[in-house]
Design a protein around this ligand. Sequence first.
Ligand code: TRP
Ligand code: ZN
Length: 896
Amino acid sequence: MSDTATPTVIRREDYAPPAFLIDAVDLEFDLAPEHTVVKSTLRVRRNPAAKPAPHLELMGEQLEFIGAQIDGNSYENVRAHEHGLTIENVPDAFTLALTGACNPEANTTLSGLYVSSGNFFTQCEAEGFRRITWFLDRPDVMSTYTVTLRADKTACPVLLSNGNLIEAGDLPDGRHYAKWEDPFRKPSYLFALVAGKLVALEERITTSSGKEKLLQVWVEPNDLDKTRHAMDSLIHSIRWDERRFGLELDLDRFMIVAVSDFNMGAMENKGLNIFNTKYVLANPETATDVDFANIEAVVGHEYFHNWTGNRVTCRDWFQLSLKEGLTVFRDQEFSAAMSGGDENEAARATKRIEDVRVLRQMQFAEDAGPMAHPVRPESYVEINNFYTMTVYEKGAEVVRMYQTLFGRDGFRKGMDLYFQRHDGQAVTCDDFRRAMADANGRDLAQFERWYSQAGTPRVTVTTHYDAAAKRCSVTLSQGYANGSPAARDTQKGALLIPFAIGLIGPDGADLPLRLEGESSSSGTTRVLELTETQQTFTFVDVAHKPLPSLLRNFSAPVIVEYDYSNDELAFLLAHDSDPFNRWEAGQRLATRELLALAARAATRQPLAINDALINAFGRVLNDASLSPSFRELALMLPSETYLAEQMAESNPAAVHTARQFVRKGLAAALKSEWLVAYDANLTPGAYEPTPEAAGHRGLKNLALSYLSELDAPADAVRLATAQYSAANNMTDRAAALSALMNAASGAGGDQAKQALEDFYVRFEKEPLVIDKWFSLQATQRGTAQRPTIETVRALMRHPAFNLKNPNRARSLIFSFCAANPAQFHAADGSGYAFWAEQVLALDAINPQVAARLARNLELWRRFTPALRDAMRAALEQVAAQAKSRDVREIVEKALA
Ligand code: TRP
Ligand code: ZN
């Protein structure tokens, strides 16, 4: 695309089935870093379900055309162009052989075939296969594949592709080959190959039906000691999918490969998952508890795609949430089960809280900005820009609502019917919804709006208690915030919102629930189905004036508006039987206080902390009946980013001042309690990555981080210094280093400097740990003498920095731009200038990664006027110079 051309918009309504189908694909690779030759033999026929077309149009990018044959004879009516090949006047059914070449070594986009640390990898989702060979590179074209890999035996002793190894052997000139066959039909985006110097941890397991399977985790030789946890996570995933959904591993062999240059988290290629090293490699010395949990979740996610994504795939990319929303839901349920079993509600709640935190901070923001789109988008310019929080996280909430409506058993029935109908097909979100509806005998026509309506719905709640009649009525109304894009949209009508509610009596216990018209009471949480713009539900037999517990367990992705008093919030925080809402009450209390303080800070008025918050937090900290991991979550303040988004005009500096003020206030008022919590949650002995041990470490390290805020942080410095040197695990070592850096402006200056140096030297050969070293510095607080941007700019020149490696770029640049709002939004605009520079530098290397960074300024209109102007200038600079379709779509939408 040239600089000035208007980008092509792809629309959902324009979907048409492909004119041709490709039943079988045979690929032969002669792998060489700078010139890989690919011969592709395709069995092609006209699609009986499509409009006839005389020519076959194949997609291809950055490929050198060598030759074409049809049915064994060379074919000349072929036109190679920028976007692919036009093969003119083809017969109805034929074998097409194409030979072409590409340059993996020069491929810095990490899409298609590329080289990382001397090894070959592919990434084909969403449209990378066309960078390897010409093809109908769209997910509704499904084929069986055989793949022959040939390469130098010394440089590439290991040759992997999808499916089963059917042949291998030596060739002349020190080369060798391997031939793989994937028996399952798949779209091209699930193709993969890996070749290079790798070693594997192997395990054999027997699945539920008694078949033996080979599991492998492939890594570079140095990393073999960090593969155990990924393997355990894989085995747990396989077992969980058998238990919960009756889904079995279908291939004889399942491989995971780790690569250090990767655009995203991981990729579910059939039988050959390729992972960012960040989501595979872990041992106690290098990985934190959070890393261990993330690895388990991502291994699960990619494994679960084997059924939800691969066996049943997407008809077109607008249906992306069909596989991603569903698979995120599945990985969330898996992680919840791993952290507490299916039964332990409190342990499950911790996972739920973490997921909702992400949704509210990231997805709600996306839904309120220029990139807002429905779970099933209507149009896109670059599909890579639509691997979004909305498609993934809101999509998972939409799937979760089916389970909330029908229960686990009803949801399972829907899943069973979905596979019964659609195994081996490329389908749509509507097909999934119909399976859920039919399996449960429900009309879910109204539920379709969750797929077509952008924006975050608001549910406003009012209650009325009639003491004489012992009736409590609850009125729910739904709509969108004034002025939001969704409110301006032609409203498609009310959503079906499952709204879980409980009523709490004056003693803090749940009241039994009986709706008007019911013969007796049952249960203490009821899922109300809100289907109208406004609806009133009346509970009868309500003995006392209740306090409502609203949207329990976050039963729908909405914003709830209800006027709780501070006392009521403190009461809910102390008593609600729904752990999610206990946490929620504390967050509402804190948010209210923090926003009031931020408003004062913005106008330079003096600040004072409210005792209600200190008392409420103090009670949580001292409540030994609560799990440490719940206490940790409840005692964490909402993030600066989330708080800034709640202001009429985002003011990151004021939010930072307010939040720091409250952190210091809580640190000082509860100092002795934090010290007690620190000692009470030590985990002596060998490191264990169990949820219980991680919970203790989390609460202990939160205590340390609060203590590091004190004006006289001597206790924190003493504890952190000792913890840093005695640590036998990365969780404790990194937390200690972070506390020292936090306390650095006080007594911890020298200790912080020493620890930071020690950390680098100790882990110099562990890239994932060096990423942490960069990121800790990028997110650190700045001082007037040394704003963080100076540290960041200096680190850009560090020999270990490398813009081409996405993990490294994220650890320094993204950490600063996205996770250090007070410093990034510096009044002098220095953060924005840096952002523009880096977006443009990345644009020339890796458009996908550049576009992610480009999104960091999309909410610019919501900031204070001075920041807004500076942000607009930076966006305009990028819009004027960016070359890639990826970045252009983002900045043009932001400025529109
Ligand atoms: N499908 C992958 C997942 O599990 C996402 C993904 C991995 C991806 N790499 C990508 C998407 C590159 C786009 C481009 O969620
Ligand atoms: Zn996925």
